[in-house]
Design a protein around this ligand. Structure first.
Ligand SMILES: Nc1ncnc2c1ncn2[C@@H]1O[C@H](COP(=O)(O)OP(=O)(O)OP(=O)(O)O)[C@@H](O)[C@H]1O
Ligand SMILES: [Mg+2]
Length: 558
C-alpha cells in the first residue's frame, strides 16, 4: 500500500475545514479536521501528523499553545500557519517557534498545495539526511575502531611531514604519547641510522602517485615500556606502506600534494627470529666443522701424550730428556684444553648429567673466580627454592668460568659482577623469542659493569675463534663452548649489552622434575690387577698406546 501523508487541519470555520479536507483528500492525503482547539487536542492524543495546517486565532484556544503541543507530541510535524491580516504578528511568532511556513487568507488552493508539498519534500530530505548521517557515523566509528584496534601503526602526515594522525598502536609499540606526536615531524620516530633512507619513503621526494610498499625502517622506541626482556631492543623494525594524498584525482596534473598516509607494521620479532635462525644455522655448520677437526686433533694429541707418558715412565728424572718430555706433556695438556673447549661447542650430547641445584654450582664457581679477582665486587641474588636442572656440572662450571673471566677482562680496573638466579615460566610468545619450547626454566643472569659490546661484535661473540683480544691473549673459544654446552642442555644463552653500559648474559636451562640426590664419594683404588682388558678404538694410535699404558700401569693383559 502506498504511503499517504497525514494532514491535520485546525480551523474554527467548518466550511473552510471541509473544503480543504476535500481538496487535499483528492490529492491522496489522509486528512483530519478539527474546528476547535479542544477537538484538535483530542485528535493529537493518539495520532501523529506529517503536516498541520493551523489557524492561529480560534475562539477557544491560542494557536501557539496548540503548536507547543504539536512540537511536544511530534516535533517532526511541519506546521503551516493559516493567518489573516490581523494575526500576521502571531504567524511570525509561530515561525520563530519553528513553524515551517504560513499562508495568508484568502489564499489560492494551489498556493497552499505547493506549501504543503514543499513541507513534505523538506521532511523527506531531512529524513534521508538523517539516515545518511547515521550511516556515515556508523561507518566512521567502524573505521575508527578498525584503525584503533589494528596492531599496525596507521598514520597521516601533512605536506611538511608532520603527523596529523597516528593510531593507538604507536603508544604500545613506541612507548610514546600519541597526542604529543601530533604536529611533530616524522623524523621524531625514525632511528638515526635510517633518517636519510626514510626521506625517500615518507614525504620529501614524493612527486608522483607512486606508493611505497614493503620498505624496512628502524623506529626509535622509548625505554622502559613493558617487561624488560633479555632481547630488549631500543628500536623497532617496521615494514612501511605509504601513499600520497592529493586534493584532486591522482592522475590530474594540476593536483596538489597534501601529505601521505600509511601503515607501519612491526616486524621486529620476525627479523629477530630470522637472524636467530641464520645464527643457529651458522653455528651448526661451524660446530660440525670444528667438531670434526677437534676430534681428529684430539686423537693425535692422545697419541703424542701416550708416547710421551710411556717414555716418561721409563726415563730417569735425572735424564736430560726428562724435562723435555714433561714439557711435551704440558703442551699436549694445553692443546687438549683447547680441543676440550672446541668439543664442548660441537659435541651433541652431555657427559655426566645430574639433577643439580644451580645456586650451588654458581656459588662454588664464584668462590673460585673471586679469589683471583679482588678488585671486582660480587653481588649475588639467589632464587630461594630454585628448580633443579639436569646438567653436567663440570661443563656448567666451565660455562660460568668462561663468562666470569670475560667479565673480569671487560673490567680491568674493577667493577661489579652480579649474579641472579630465577625460576621462570616461558609461555608461548616469550619462549618463541628465545627459540625454546614453552616450559619452566631456571634463568641465570650474569651482569658486569664493563665496557660493553657493540652491535657488530655482539653478532659474532659465540662464533668459535672470534675474539677481540690481542693476538695470543684469547682464543675466542670461551663463549663458543659456552654456547654449545648450553644448547646441548636444551637451553639457550643470550646477551644484552650496550657500549659503556656493561653486559648481561642470560642462561636458560630447562627445569627438571627429578629430585637432587646426595653425591656418592668416588673411592680411588690404586691396586694393580691381573685381569684381561679389551680395548676397542678405531684409531690405531690410541689402541696401541692405550694398551701399552694399561699394561705398564696395571700389569693387565690387553
Ligand atoms: N663481558 C664482556 N664484556 C665485553 N666483551 C665481551 C664480554 N664477554 C665476551 N666479550 C667479547 O666476546 C669475545 C669472545 O669471547 P670469548 O670468551 O668467546 O673469547 P675470548 O675471551 O676473546 O677468548 P678466550 O675466552 O677463548 O680466551 C671477546 O673477545 C670479547 O670481545
Ligand atoms: Mg673468554
Amino acid at each position: 500500500m502506498a504511503f499517504s501523508p497525514k494532514i491535520l487541519i485546525v480551523d474554527d470555520e467548518p466550511r473552510m475545514c471541509e473544503s480543504l479536507r476535500m481538496l487535499l483528500g483528492a490529492k491522496g492525503y489522509e486528512v483530519y479536521t478539527a474546528v476547535s482547539g479542544a477537538e484538535a487536542r483530542a485528535i493529537l492524543q493518539d495520532k501523529q501528523f506529517d503536516v498541520a495546517l493551523l489557524d492561529m486565532v480560534m475562539p477557544d484556544t491560542d494557536g501557539h499553545q496548540l503548536m507547543d503541543l504539536i512540537n511536544q507530541k511530534n516535533p517532526d510535524t511541519a506546521v503551516i500557519v493559516i493567518t489573516g491580516d490581523v494575526s500576521l504578528e502571531s504567524a511570525i511568532g509561530a515561525l520563530k517557534k519553528g513553524a515551517y511556513d504560513y499562508v495568508r487568507k484568502p489564499f489560492e488552493f494551489e498556493e497552499l498545495l505547493t506549501t504543503v508539498e514543499n513541507a513534505l519534500k523538506q521532511k523527506r530530505l531531512k529524513r534521508e539526511n538523517a539516515i545518511i548521517h547515521e550511516k556515515l557515523e556508523w561507518s566512521e566509528s567502524c573505521y575508527r575502531r578498525l584503525v584503533e584496534h589494528s596492531p599496525d601503526i596507521i598514520y597521516a602526515l601533512d605536506e611538511a611531514g608532520n603527523f596529523t594522525f597516528i593510531s593507538n598502536a604507536a603508544e604500545r609499540l613506541l612507548c610514546m604519547d600519541r597526542q604529543q606526536l601530533i604536529s611533530k615531524h616524522y623524523n621524531t620516530i625514525i632511528h638515526e641510522d635510517d633518517q636519510e633512507k626514510a626521506k625517500w619513503f615518507f614525504n620529501d621526494r614524493r612527486t608522483g602517485e607512486r606508493s611505497t610498499t614493503g620498505v624496512e625502517l628502524k623506529l626509535v622506541s622509548s625505554e622502559g615500556c613493558g617487561e624488560p626482556k633479555s632481547y630488549e631492543v631500543r628500536h623497532l623494525t617496521i615494514e612501511l606502506k605509504s601513499t600520497g594524498i592529493y586534493d584532486k584525482d591522482v592522475m590530474d596534473r594540476s593536483k596538489k600534494f597534501l601529505g601521505t598516509y600509511g601503515v607501519a607494521r612491526d616486524i621486529s620479532d620476525r627479523k629477530r627470529l630470522e637472524s636467530q635462525l641464520r645464527h643457529a644455522q651458522k653455528m651448526e655448520a661451524v660446530g660440525t666443522l670444528a667438531g670434526g677437526i677437534a676430534h681428529d686433533f684430539n686423537n693425535l694429541l692422545m697419541g703424542i701424550q701416550g708416547h710421551a707418558s710411556l717414555m716418561l715412565l721409563k726415563t730417569d728424572p735425572e735424564h736430560t730428556h726428562y724435562r723435555n718430555l714433561n714439557s711435551i706433556e704440558q703442551l699436549v695438556q694445553n692443546g687438549a684444553d683447547l680441543t676440550k673447549q672446541l668439543l664442548g661447542f660441537a659435541r651433541d650430547g652431555k657427559y655426566d648429567v645430574k639433577s643439580t641445584n644451580m645456586n650451588e654450582i654458581i656459588r662454588d664457581t664464584l668462590r673460585m673466580f673471586g679469589r683471583t679477582k679482588k678488585e671486582i665486587s660480587i653481588y649475588e641474588e639467589y632464587e630461594e627454592f630454585i628448580w633443579p636442572v639436569e646438567v653436567d656440572q663440570g661443563q656448567l662450571q666451565q660455562v660460568l668460568l668462561n663468562i666470569f673471566v670475560n667479565a673480569g677482562q671487560a673490567m680491568p680496573g674493577g667493577g661489579d659482577l652480579t649474579l641472579v638466579t630465577k625460576n621462570v615460566i616461558l609461555r608461548a610468545q616469550d619462549a618463541k623469542t628465545f627459540g625454546l619450547p614453552p616450559a619452566r626454566y631456571v634463568r641465570i643472569s650474569i651482569s658486569d659493569t664493563g665496557q660493553g659490546i657493540d652491535e657488530g661484535t655482539r653478532q659474532r661473540i659465540f662464533e668459535p675463534f672470534f675474539t677481540t683480544k690481542e693476538f695470543g691473549q684469547g682464543t675466542g673459544l670461551g663463549l663458543a663452548s659456552a654456547y654449545g654446552i648450553i644448547q646441548n642442555h636444551q637451553g639457550t644463552i643470550d646477551v644484552n649489552s650496550w657500549v659503556g653500559e656493561g653486559t648481561t648474559f642470560y642462561i636458560y636451562l630447562p627445569a627438571s622434575e627429578k629430585v637432587i640426590k646426595d653425591e656418592i664419594p668416588f673411592i680411588k683404588n690404586n691396586q694393580k690387577g691381573s685381569e684381561t682388558v679389551l680395548l676397542v678404538d678405531d684409531e690405531d694410535v690410541i689402541s696401541k698406546v692405550g694398551s701399552q699404558i694399561l699394561q705398564e700401569l696395571g700389569g693387565t693383559r690387553c
